[in-house]
Ligand binder design. Structure first.
Ligand SMILES: Cc1cc2nc3c(=O)[nH]c(=O)nc-3n(C[C@H](O)[C@H](O)[C@H](O)COP(=O)(O)OP(=O)(O)OC[C@H]3O[C@@H](n4cnc5c(N)ncnc54)[C@H](O)[C@@H]3O)c2cc1C
Length: 580
């Protein structure tokens, strides 16, 4: 029997959201592992578990700590064939298998809050399924990585071969398997007149996949097996973004020539100007999209000058830019300030009245942090500019949507949102309520264009929020709007539901359409996210049916995933509702 790692079961270091009362509860806590056979284990052991595969009980905790389970049975396969063995074991024993990456998701795609986990086996890919091979000489250049490899490691391997990506999630500590499951993306649009780097996409990572290997049911062999799908295979379109209804062991992604980026930060543009009505002049969000393409606004509540990051492809170092040679340059945003302590402890007892000053404090930390770290204008390789969030940042809830529209409508989308958001926060404030204490995060990306794929291809990911709408070829942009608040903040669910309903009613017709950001908060009922039956069962499936060809849409993906996992071992109760 191995030794107990980290903490024993009696020490429960995980406290959900504000229940933890204090900054420490909102940062990363290492999960402990208790080996199979230990006296401390709580659930009955998986029966007849295959010998030779590392098995233990470990806490599962999602990003915002809203889903937390002590001691779920977890295993760490050494090879893809081990995953096949696990799948066949699970089928025989009636267990569910949940692939587990960095656990940085919000939505209940891995484990459902409050569900019975007595027959759930988490499969941790981060321990051994981490190999990465760059194929710089192939055309297009590609990288093949196992599902547990992190985005940071993949980007580092690409950079070593002078290769890079364009649409990259901000946090490097994500696994490839987790990122593909939910069509991960970055802030990625071309500036006006930009020539796209061949091999890249402004859409999702899923749209870069040239082939992938998954564990699937073979009727012929009457067992689960490994199957490699090429991008030309029509069935791959269900696996490119699958929301957790499959187990991917590795994938090959195309890449492009690496490039240099400059990132400039501003925090002096009033929201009335940045999010002004379409057609207004000045420093509007759209003006930065035109001049640089890649823009992010972080707008703290009850403040009026968001932190604006603008990334411009810039081959040579501008005179006054500071060269950086590693990622995560905004260290001030990767730690929970001691100054948060008072607000968090008040929040823990339900007192939100300090929210306006908390918003101001967050902006102050950014403003002073940028000056202190000298990061208002930095320049370097793409990876070092595109990765800028560490897991030590404040752990909060996020409700978020992608609004598909045309590039010429970006300013309209944001101006309407900003007007609505300000009015709603003021209305809540007038009632003494403060549902939102974190920032609004705004980014734009392109869509998953079929023409980005440089190998024979059957088409685009069927479940990706960035799937183009053939009936609206002018929609070439997704505006991602996320609102952050500490989990458990009073009235936050009411606010999120109101926001989602407003978005669905406002961004419609020939102007725009709403899709969920699968990894985050959506589907709000009066009491919880991911739980409104109409949104989960009809509205969002329709968002990937409407305008899509028969035989190549949401229903096709559902049928394909079901056919490759007829025993539903790769599912949970939420996925059984979303993708029955
Ligand atoms: C601070 C922060 C910043 C973020 N920034 C961005 C961003 O900029 N852009 C963006 O798009 N997203 C972003 N995300 C969201 C993130 O991309 C997703 O939550 C992603 O799914 C997390 O990956 P993970 O490795 O943590 O996966 P997990 O949370 O462990 O799993 C997520 C889902 O993927 C499934 N999964 C994991 N591995 C596999 C596999 N091998 N095969 C099949 N399914 C698998 C899981 O079962 C689950 O359904 C951010 C998240 C955080 C916490």
């Amino acid at each position: 029997m191995g030794k107990i790692e980290n903490e024993g079961l009696s020490r429960r270091g995980f406290i959900a959201g504000v229940a933890g009362a204090g900054a420490a509860a909102l940062t990363w806590s290492p999960a402990y592992a208790v080996p199979a056979g230990s006296a401390a284990t709580t659930l009955a052991a998986p029966p007849s578990f295959p010998a030779g595969i590392s098995l233990y009980q470990q806490a599962y905790e999602n990003w915002a700590k809203e889903i937390h389970v002590d001691g779920v049975w977890t295993c760490a396969p050494a090879t893809a064939n081990d995953v096949v063995t696990i799948a066949n074991w699970a089928r025989a024993q009636g267990w569910k298998v949940r692939p587990r990456g960095a656990m940085h998701n919000w939505s209940p795609l891995t484990i459902v809050k409050g569900s019975d986990v007595s027959k759930v086996l988490l499969v941790d890919t981060t321990k051994s399924l981490t190999a990465i091979t760059v194929n710089a000489g192939s055309s297009p250049a590609t990288v093949t990585a196992q599902a547990g490899a992190t985005m940071e490691a993949i980007l580092a391997a690409l950079q070593a071969q002078n290769l890079g990506l364009v649409s990259v999630p901000a946090i490097g500590n994500l696994t490839l398997g987790g990122a593909l499951a939910i069509d991960a993306h970055g802030a990625a649009l071309p500036k006006t007149g930009e020539t796209q780097i061949s091999g890249t996409t402004y859409g999702s990572l899923s749209n870069l996949v040239t082939s992938l290997t998954a564990v699937v049911w073979s009727a012929a062999q009457n067992q689960y097996v490994l199957k490699t799908f090429s991008r030309a295979d029509a069935d791959i379109k269900a696996f490119l973004t699958h929301l957790g209804r499959a187990f991917v062991t590795s994938a090959t992604l195309q890449a492009g020539a690496n490039y240099r980026l400059r990132c400039q930060s501003w925090y002096n543009i009033p929201t009335a100007e940045l999010f002004g009505p379409p057609g207004t002049s000045g420093r509007t969000f759209s003006s930065y999209v035109a001049s640089a393409g890649r823009v992010e606004a972080i707008w703290f509540p009850f403040t009026d000058t968001p932190w604006l990051k603008v990334w411009t492809p810039t081959p040579s170092k501008p005179l006054f830019s500071r060269q950086v040679s590693s990622p995560y340059n905004y260290s001030f945003s990767d730690q929970v300030s001691d100054d948060f302590e008072e607000f968090l402890s008040q929040l823990a007892v339900g007192n939100t009245s300090g929210t306006p000053s908390f918003g101001g404090l967050q902006l102050f930390i950014v403003q002073s942090g940028i000056v202190f770290t000298g990061t208002w204008d930095i320049w370097g390789w793409s990876k070092d500019l595109l990765l800028y969030v560490r897991p030590t940042t404040l752990r909060v809830s996020e409700g978020g949507m992608a609004i598909l529209t045309s590039r010429s409508n970006v300013q309209r989308v944001l101006s309407e949102f900003a007007t609505w958001f300000k009015a709603r926060l003021a209305a809540y404030q007038a009632q003494g309520k403060f549902p939102v204490n974190g920032p609004v995060e705004i980014r734009c990306s392109g869509l998953d264009r079929a023409s980005d794929v440089k190998v024979a291809s059957s088409g685009t990911p069927q479940l990706s929020a960035l799937r183009p709408r053939p009936d609206h070829p002018e929609w070439d942009t997704a505006v991602w709007i996320d609102v952050l608040t500490i989990a458990g903040t009073p009235d936050s669910i009411t606010f999120y539901r109101e926001m989602e309903q407003w978005m669905l009613g406002n961004y419609t017709g020939s102007y725009a359409a709403v899709r969920p950001e699968w990894s985050k908060g959506w589907g709000y009922s009066a009491t919880a996210g991911w739980s409104d039956p109409t949104l989960v069962g009809t509205t969002y499936p329709n968002a990937l049916r409407t305008g899509q060809p028969a035989g190549d849409n949401w229903d096709t993906a559902r049928a394909t995933l079901n056919a490759y996992d007829p025993h539903r071992i790769f599912s949970n109760s939420f996925l059984d509702t979303l993708l029955p």
